[in-house]
Write a protein that binds this ligand. Structure first.
Ligand SMILES: [Zn+2]
Length: 979
């Protein structure tokens, strides 16, 4: 164990009213796990590691018995003011008063958790106090229940003669969620496989059931579940455990008596015969929008042997395109990709395995069912190649060794691994350490077949199976709207005049409360002095190797080696720009150097932790019109396989081999994925489409990954006017373009970066560097802004995503930091209040991309369009209200966080290396920070008047319908197209 700030207690010791029940070494992660129990029953797990990103979480098993969304609405309402912090929205108010690296709350199907992490110790105890007060002592005001849960409101709130409507943040959030096939499937999955258990309920809330939740029901659910006796506490990092426990004791434990609550989930009665369930979601793509998924109930997911074996078997069967279950399913041509939720699922007390296909027309259920079952039969009888099992065990080794904050703080990854078995009464240690189970598995594998009998007994012979048939229904959205109107009519049919007067009164009360300036000054906070002035300067060396510039970064990576090959592209003919993202998607999933995609996929799985390719557009720090395009190949491997990683990346970069049939499969997969993402990320798509009208780099980005990219891809797969008639011809055309991309790529300018343990950092990279022989200069992509017309894209969505964008200044311009601060101020103080709290949207934001210089407003799952655009336009008036220096400080703190992203050994060096090469040096970044700390309120008004005026705005939205009627008073004339 490395240095910790205090000596750790031993098993059996007491710390106040806590007893240390166990201490376990965690050698793979160089840490220790302490399990403690409080006198009143509360459990606490502490992971001591030499990591300064300190984490905390409190988790409550929550097992709703209905679909009113009680657990989810509770999660929202506890974050709306507590005894010690009686402000409207302490959670959002803390975001700008803190330097946290993570803050959130999440409701799953059988638990609710409140985690955070931060690198600042004072901040840790500030956040701890807010989190404990919110969860154990929330005010849960009636108005909060109405605002975020559900309420009746007249269309004109003070006029009872106007139509009644149902409103509420969660109500609207779930209406949006239930419009996406992914959420519909997830809910149907739990209900189909575990019809007797809490999983049969929609824990997020089914829109038609949410109105059944009462305020008293919500309070009772809190009192029963959010109690120390039902709580699982977690702390992590290089910190003083005693100080954390003292804070919890004082704030929480001393105010509670032990309490009994049965949250146990019983066994689901085993089916005697397989079943079939059909569900629909609102969608019009009846040709390709269907999915068929087979799912089996397995044994307890808290059983570590079972959990390990199913994780490995799932990876063997499905882990890569060449895997023995994936490949025949995809090559059958029945569907385009594996169905959502395919794989082993341990987030139920009894686990599940699922597999199926998506991209289907209707009537394919029998075909998919037979295909899956016959393929499984073949695998069980013919046996699994031991090399595939070895490759999956190797993947497992990488997962255990890798310590990365990329994507999600490691501190919280550890929490979720530990909670898995812990919440179901299993041993939390096994979530973090499976060496004994792994040894047992290896021994069993030596003794004979392990996985084939599992396929036979737990899948093929298991009657507890459901075939889930998911179909788009073009009329469902309209029917749901009618049903909602009918529900409103039913619920309100006996309303008296007094009821109507009460609804008006309550609406006005809520409006008044929302209008009140609540003073967040009771909340703890940091000051600008807490913002680190310096940026990290990890050591690295650079050298010229052939035409390549190579950076080598020694870091404590846990034994992994990470290699990035970024190739700055030369000038590119216009017809190749649109296909670059397709090239990047296909190149790592096809064949190379004489091997087909199956052989290459096996090689990747056996020696690496995965490889990927992506396209990016960069902008110079001092000139928004100087852009460059790069294609980047990345991979990671255990150091012992790093040489093979180099060989694989070499083959993929220099000798890719595409074939038409495989390419067709890949394009269909990508199309299905992008289509599904529209209703999940409509705000990002709308933002891109608006920004592309004003920013050169955003215009390229839109063609690479926006709705234009989706349209291009759709044109290739499904055909459009002006394209070659048949698919074969279009694929041939694409293959021709791919060859030209490979050629251009090899004449590009390579920048390689290797991150590894000091002893592994001198890896030979010449197999890659020697391939770059041309001398084409780095290209300057053409600047084709989209026409400056409001763009509306319609799709199957009951809610809207509204964006407006402005072009401003480059990174080194003195006004850039003020724009960043302004985006934070408007987001926390203005937009969330106006659009989320008052307007009922799930989210709203102002964002500033410091590098591309685009400033944008967005809303997420928004029931309004015109109202939201009016709110954007009124932002300037908000700056003339009484803003305090505290508001400014908070906005600066918030802004500084975006400049200091959480890094880890795998990312810190390469970010520095590529940043330095692109001109974003530590000096440039530190100068930015210094300016940021000195931004004034007058600066904010000035930059707004200069850059964010209505005549400079570009508009785009994604919605369910033509917005022209709605927004005609705003003078917006939309160009409307269907997605
Ligand atoms: Zn929510």
């Amino acid at each position: 164990m490395t240095i910790t700030k205090t000596k750790l207690p031993a098993a059996g010791e007491t710390l106040g009213r806590y007893t240390v029940e166990r201490v376990e070494a965690l050698p793979e992660m160089s840490g220790k796990l302490l399990l403690l129990r409080h006198e009143n029953g509360a459990r606490h797990a502490h992971v001591a590691r030499d990591d300064d990103n300190l984490a905390f979480g409190v988790t409550f098993p929550t097992v709703p018995k209905d679909s009113t969304g009680v657990a989810h609405i509770l999660e929202h309402t506890v974050l709306m003011g507590s005894r010690k912090y009686p402000v409207a929205d302490p959670f959002f108010a803390m975001i700008p008063r803190s330097l946290n690296t993570f803050m959130n709350a999440m409701t799953s199907n059988d638990w609710t958790t409140y985690p955070f992490s931060t690198r600042n110790e004072q901040d840790y105890f500030n956040l701890l106090s807010v989190y404990l007060d919110a969860t154990f002592f929330p005010l849960m005001r009636y108005e909060s229940f109405r605002q975020d849960g559900h309420r009746f409101e007249f269309e004109t709130p003070d006029d009872p003669t106007t139509p009644l409507k149902l409103q509420g943040v969660v109500y609207n959030e779930m209406k949006g969620a239930m419009a996406s096939p992914g959420s519909v499937m997830w809910r149907a999955f739990g209900k189909a496989l575990y019809p007797e258990l809490t999983y049969a309920q929609n824990s997020g809330g089914a829109p038609e059931h949410i109105p059944n939740l009462t305020y008293e029901g919500l309070r009772a659910f809190h009192a029963a579940h959010y109690h120390p006796s039902n709580a699982f506490f977690y702390s992590y990092g290089n910190q003083d455990l005693q100080r954390v426990l003292n804070a919890i004791e004082e704030h929480v434990m001393s105010h509670f008596q032990p309490q009994e609550l049965d949250v146990s989930i019983p066994d689901q009665t085993r089916f005697t015969a397989p079943r079939r369930e059909e569900v629909t979601y609102p969608g019009s793509d009846t040709e390709r929008g269907g999915q068929v998924l087979l799912a089996w109930k397995l044994g307890y997911s808290s059983n570590p042997d079972l959990n390990l074996r199913w994780s490995v078997l799932s990876d063997v069967l499905l882990g890569n395109p060449a895997a023995p279950l994936t490949r025949p399913l995809i090559e059958s041509g029945v569907g385009s990709a594996l169905a959502d939720l395919s794989g082993y699922r341990d987030s139920f007390r009894e686990g599940a395995f699922a597999v199926g296909l998506k991209g289907l027309s209707s009537g394919k259920a029998d075909e998919v069912e037979n295909l899956v079952l016959n393929t499984l039969k073949d695998i069980a009888t013919q046996g699994i190649d031991p090399a595939l099992i070895e490759a999956s065990l190797h993947q497992f080794e990488i997962q255990q060794k890798e310590v990365s904050n990329a994507g999600y703080p490691y501190a919280l990854q550890v929490m979720f691994r530990l909670l898995g078995p812990w919440l179901y009464g299993g041993d939390p240690v096994t979530g973090l350490r499976l060496d004994a189970e792994l040894a047992k598995l290896r021994a069993d594998l030596k003794g004979g077949k392990v996985f084939e009998p599992m396929i036979q007994h737990e899948l093929l012979d298991n009657p507890h199976r459901v075939t889930l048939v998911v179909t788009p229904d073009p009329e469902l959205a309209a029917r749901t709207e009618q049903a909602e109107a009918e529900l409103v009519r039913q619920l309100s049919k006996d309303f008296t005049d007094e009821d109507r007067a009460r609804i008006v009164r309550e609406s006005l009360n809520l409006k008044e409360l929302q209008g009140q300036e609540s003073s967040p000054d009771v909340l703890p906070t940091l000051s600008l002095a807490d913002v680190p002035a310096k940026v990290a300067r990890p050591e690295y060396t650079t050298s010229h190797e052939g035409r390549a510039l190579v950076g080598r970064v020694p870091q404590p990576t846990g034994g992994l080696s990470y290699l990035d090959v970024q190739v700055k592209l030369p000038d590119l003919p216009a017809d190749l720009l649109d296909i670059l993202p397709l090239y990047a998607f296909a190149v790592t999933r096809s064949g190379a150097a004489g091997q087909d995609y199956v052989q290459l996929a096996r090689r990747i799985e056996a020696s690496t932790g995965g490889i990927s390719a992506s396209v990016s557009v960069g902008t110079a720090p001092d000139d928004l019109n100087r852009n460059r395009l790069a294609l980047t190949f990345s991979g990671k491997a255990l150091a012992r396989n790093a040489g093979e990683l180099v060989n694989i990346l070499h083959d993929v970069i220099a000798k890719p081999e595409f074939d038409q049939e495989r390419l067709r499969q890949l394009l269909e997969q990508r199309l299905a994925g992008m289509k599904a993402s529209v209703v999940q990320s409509g705000n990002a798509y709308a933002d891109r489409l608006a920004s592309a009208q004003v920013s050169p780099s955003a215009a390229i980005d839109e063609r690479l990954g926006g709705l234009t990219a989706l349209a291009t891809l759709k044109g290739i797969v499904e055909g459009t006017e002006g394209q070659p008639e048949d698919l074969d011809a279009r694929l041939q055309d694409l293959l021709g373009k791919f060859s030209r991309v490979t050629e251009l790529l090899l004449s590009g300018t390579p920048l390689l970066c290797l991150t590894a343990l000091p002893e592994d950092v001198n890896l030979d990279l010449t197999p890659i560097t020697q391939e770059f022989k041309g001398d084409a200069p780095v290209g300057r992509p053409a600047q084709n802004l989209l026409p400056r017309t409001p763009q509306a894209r319609t799709t199957d969505s009951p809610v809207a995503f509204n964006a407006a964008a402005f072009q401003t200044v480059p990174y080194t311009h003195p006004d850039s930091p003020a724009l960043l601060v302004l985006s934070r101020l408007l987001r926390s103080n203005y937009l969330l209040k106006e659009i989320r709290e008052k307007g009922g949207a799930y989210g709203a934001a102002a964002g500033f991309d410091t590098r591309s210089g685009t400033f944008s407003y967005t809303s997420y799952r928004d029931p309004n369009i015109a109202r939201t655009y009016q709110t954007y336009r009124d932002a300037r008036q908000y700056l003339d209200t009484d803003l305090t220096s505290r508001d400014l400080t908070e906005a600066i703190l918030g802004a500084s966080k975006t400049l200091d992203p959480l890094t880890s050994p795998d990312t810190v060096g390469r970010m520095r290396f590529y940043g330095d090469q692109a001109g974003y040096t530590p000096e440039v970044q530190e100068a930015y920070k210094a300016r940021l700390l000195n931004v004034t309120l007058d600066d904010l008004k000035r930059v707004m008047d200069t850059y964010l005026t209505p005549d400079r705005a570009a508009y785009a939205l994604v919605a369910g319908k033509d917005p022209n009627e709605d927004t005609k008073d705003l003078g917006l004339k939309w160009d409307v197209r269907e997605i």
